[in-house]
Every structure is written in C-alpha cells, then in structure tokens.
Design a protein around this ligand. Structure first.
Ligand code: COA
Length: 335
C-alpha cells in the first residue's frame, strides 16, 4: 500500500513590528528606491526587545498549525526544526519546542540548511514517515535575525534584506487513501566551497579564542555576503532543481499549479519564472512584506497562499530554495 507524508496544516506567525525601507534609511545610508529596485522588498518584521528568541516565534506558529490540524501536542511523535538563528549555541531549538508545547519525550532534531531549511525539512520528514519511524510530525521553521544585523551603513548590503518570522506545518503518514496527495519527491544539494561566500563566522570554533572584544568592536560578529556571487548561484541552482524534479516526474512547468520559491530577491524569482516560461500568477511571492526570513520563508508563503485561495487541495506545488552553505533543493507536493 502506498504510504505518503501528507501535509495536514500550515500556519505562520510574524512579529507585529513593521520596519519599512524608510525606517532603515534613518539608520543607514540607503533608500526605499535602492532597496525596492534591487530586491523588491518594501518592509520586513523585526522582533522587539521582549522576544525570548526563535523558539518563541516557532512556538506561536506551531500552536496555530496544531490547532488547524486538530492535533494536540501529545499527538506529535517527531519535531523537526529548521533555523540558522537558534536561541542558544546549543542545544537546538527543537528540544525547546518539545518543552514549550508540552509534547511527549519524542525525538526533536534541528536542521541547519539556512534558506533551504524547509525543503531539507520536508525531505527529512518524508524519510522518517516512509521508513515508518514517525506518523505525526511537526515541522517548524523560525528565525530571529534582526538582532545580529549590522544596522549601520557598514552593514547595509545585508541589513536591508532580512526579517524575522516563523512558519509551521503538521505532516501525517497516510496509507492508501487513493488521493495521491502528499510529498511526491524531493531534490537536495550542497556545495561547501560557497560556505564563506554567505556566512556569519563568529562566534565559531574555527576562530582561536572563539570571540574577542575586538571582534565585536570591528563588527566581525555580523553576517556577510558576496551578493553578486550568491545571486548567480541561486538562479543556476533553483533552475537545476526545478529541471531535475520536473524531468524525473515527467512533468512540464505548465503542469505545476504553483511554484513557491524562497524569497531572497524578487529579481531572482522573476528570472526563474521567465526561464520556466510561466506567467506571474504561477509563482508566489511575498518578499515585499517580509524580506528574507530564511528557513521560515516558504512555510510563511504556503500559509498565505492557502489563506488567499492560491493553494488548494489537490494542487501540484513545487518549492524551490537556495541558501547559505551553499545549500539548495525543492519538493514536489500534491497539496
Ligand atoms: N543601500 C544603498 N546602496 C547599497 C546598499 C543599500 N542597502 N547595499 C549596497 N549598496 C551599494 C553598494 O555599496 C554598491 O555601491 P558601489 O557601486 O558604489 O560600490 C552599489 O550599491 C551596488 O551594489 P551591488 O552589490 O552591485 O548591488 P546588486 O545589484 O548586486 O544588489 C543584492 C545587491 C544584495 C541585493 C543582490 O546582490 C542580491 O540580492 N544577492 C543575492 C542575495 C541572496 O540571495 N541572499 C540570500 C541567499 S538565501
């Protein structure tokens, strides 16, 4: 009998504090025109000082997803968490969710695949379900990135791009329901030669002394990126991922009802869309409102796409992501 990992619910939570491009231009030498033209972003959400960390946002999204699925925390038998911004250096955020949500003493693991967190996460969940190690899985993707951004002119190339937010999904093992709904295929990749092209080096064990006052003084504690190189690699790998998943499932781009790409730059997504020969309505974008929320991006998109009626039961969905590592990948899902 056919065993499938079916998505029961998806929900999101974003902090209330809106930070517009004009707000950022009060802090650094930038402008709404520059940010809009280069990235498509108009505003993003930042947590305020009362936020207790990524697990807080993850918990809020998780509670919404659980309620939507009609599950209680005791039903969950695996937590998969994706984030690049954990509450603590260790342990991971998964165990914090286990405790905050009041789950049983189930396995809880963290995935570190940055902007590819959701696509890696769905692939991992699919594997656990198909190998019969889990039946009811909570996948949470959450990021609190604003506190580590350099919100001065020195850090403007990174600071204008990122935001905070969380998305969560419940995914269930379903056997032979005849619907063919669920995760149909996943494709993942990595290339560690790009590790330092987009990274945050400190604090880190590769640095003697781990972190010093001088590192903080010299602003070596913020993320950094070669934007142009990331941009080129992103377009190539997103197209490679789409091509691979379409080919091995005998599909043409037109047969996909909705592509949900990672939201790093609207121009990246427009290039991918035109290369695939698809009209704008076949690709979901919300970068204008949230910037890049890293692992949380795709589940936030999914949650909004469902709410807006753009993602319906039975639709064929393709997720596409590229991020630091480099990591990339996608999932083909019958919704
Ligand atoms: N506001 C105003 N000017 C800025 C700026 C900002 N926020 N950030 C950079 N600039 C300046 C640069 O200093 C540069 O000035 P110069 O020409 O005097 O040297 C100029 O704008 C052009 O910068 P450049 O880096 O050429 O811009 P770009 O067109 O490559 O766009 C990114 C920059 C970051 C938007 C783009 O490269 C990008 O989106 N890259 C991929 C990002 C990504 O995918 N990241 C996450 C992966 S998941």
């Amino acid at each position: 009998m056919e065993l499938r990992a079916q998505i029961r619910s998806v929900a999101h939570y974003v902090p209330e504090r809106r930070v517009t491009n004009d707000d950022l231009s009060q802090l650094m030498d930038t402008s709404d025109a520059w940010i809009t033209e280069r990235t498509g972003i108009k505003e993003r959400r930042f947590v305020d000082t009362t936020c207790a960390g990524t697990s807080e946002l993850g918990e809020r999204a998780a509670r919404l997803a659980l309620a939507q699925a009609g599950w209680n925390a005791q039903d969950v038998d695996l937590i998969v968490m994706a984030t690049l911004s954990p509450d603590l250096y260790f342990p991971g955020v998964g165990v914090m969710l286990q405790q905050k949500l009041g789950c049983r003493t189930i396995p809880a693991l963290d995935i570190r695949a940055q902007c590819s967190g959701l696509v890696y996460g769905l692939s991992v969940v699919d594997g656990y379900i198909k190998s019969r190690q889990a039946k009811k899985v909570l996948l949470v993707c959450a990021e609190v990135q604003s506190p580590v951004l350099d919100l001065t002119t020195r850090g403007r190339d990174m600071a204008v791009l990122f935001g905070d937010g969380a998305g969560a999904m419940t995914i269930e093992a379903v056997e032979g329901d005849g619907s063919h709904r669920g995760i149909l295929d996943s494709f993942l990749g990595s290339d560690g030669s790009g590790a330092e092209v987009l990274c945050m080096k400190l604090p880190g064990t590769a640095t003697p002394g781990f972190i010093s006052a001088d590192d903080i003084q010299q602003s070596r504690v913020h993320p950094s990126m070669d934007g142009k190189l990331v941009f080129k690699n992103a377009v190539t790998r997103l197209l490679e991922t789409a091509g691979t998943l379409l080919k091995r499932n005998n599909l043409t781009p037109e047969q996909i009802d909705l592509i949900i790409p990672h939201q790093a730059n609207l121009r990246i997504n427009e290039m991918v869309r035109t290369q695939l020969g698809l009209p704008p309505e076949k690709v979901f974008n919300n970068i204008q409102k949230y910037g890049n929320t890293t692992a949380a991006t795709i589940p936030i998109c999914m949650s909004e796409a469902v709410a807006e009626g753009r993602l319906k039961r039975g639709d064929l969905v393709l997720t596409l992501a590229f991020g630091a590592g480099f990591t990339w990948g996608g999932n083909l899902i019958r919704w």
